[in-house]
Design a protein around this ligand. Structure first.
Ligand code: SF4
Length: 88
């Protein structure tokens, strides 16, 4: 039986074709569109501790968080301040 961890990012799951596709997409983003590596990791750390993370997707917007976090101008759908280090 496969067990899905709701608090996991796609990168935490053993086999993920979706993650490979997202990584490929992220690598092709123009520099002015793509979040820096540091920003990307900070955002994913927030998602990892969020109650709305559900097996790599955000329950508020339905996005794969690893894809949403890659886009510099996108914010957390709950509150822009969450990904900017503000209050949650
Ligand atoms: S994008 Fe925001 S609401 Fe969604 S899982 Fe991440 S921190 Fe939570």
């Amino acid at each position: 039986m496969n067990v899905i961890c709701k608090q996991c990012l796609l990168r935490d799951m053993a086999e993920s074709d979706i993650l490979r596709d997202i990584d490929e997409c992220r690598s092709r983003l123009e520099a002015d569109v793509r979040a820096s590596d540091a920003l990307y990791e900070r955002r994913l750390a927030v998602c990892r501790s969020c109650e709305r993370l559900n097996a790599g997707t955000c329950l508020l917007c339905g996005c794969y968080v690893e894809l949403r976090a890659a886009m510099r101008k996108l914010d957390c759908p709950d509150s822009p301040s969450r990904w900017r280090g503000g209050a949650t």
